[in-house]
Write a protein that binds this ligand. Sequence first.
Ligand code: ATP
Length: 188
Amino acid sequence: MNALALRGVACLRGGRLLFEGLDLALAPGEAALVTGPNGVGKSSLIRIAAGLLAPAAGTVECTGDRALMAEAPALDSELPLAAALNFWAGLDGRREVVPDVLASLDLGPLAQVPVRMLSTGQRRRAALARVVASAAPIWLLDEPANGLDTASVALLEGLIAGHRAAGGIALVATHLPITLPDAREVAL
Ligand SMILES: Nc1ncnc2c1ncn2[C@@H]1O[C@H](COP(=O)(O)OP(=O)(O)OP(=O)(O)O)[C@@H](O)[C@H]1O
């Protein structure tokens, strides 16, 4: 069964203790919102959950693949959007889902536009498309609403709801309001 569990996690960055004793266990269908002011350690927590940053104390247990949407762009900026997504989806043997995923993010008409020409919000939706196309059960989203207009935030909320309804897990760091029904809140 897919699961993500952080137990007694502490985060040290640049010699500074950002948080400690953090416990969070997410089962299929569950989500958590990580909130708090700039610099408090939201991105660091996402990176710890992704296995990219070692916790200073505690453990991270993960059952199931993780898909990370970080703030750094993950798509090749020179490629047309569909080709850039195909690269990643191809690694998972899932190129066939890319057209539907593009449509679900309202990006269908932009499939042949080079990633570098996309607007900030379109690029954010493209990064989300990469996560959706991955089929990973555990989504780790760092500031997914940044640069999104109201309609796109609603799209994001709908995608996360659909993911949870299908048994997925979402850990979302955000300083913008995102509505996730029954989500745990981790206020750093
Ligand atoms: N590689 C690093 N080395 C040292 N300190 C770092 C490093 N990366 C981040 N930090 C520091 O760790 C703290 C937390 O950073 P982090 O990006 O996790 O915060 P955040 O809560 O996501 O902030 P924001 O809301 O601004 O995105 C910050 O003070 C940052 O300067």
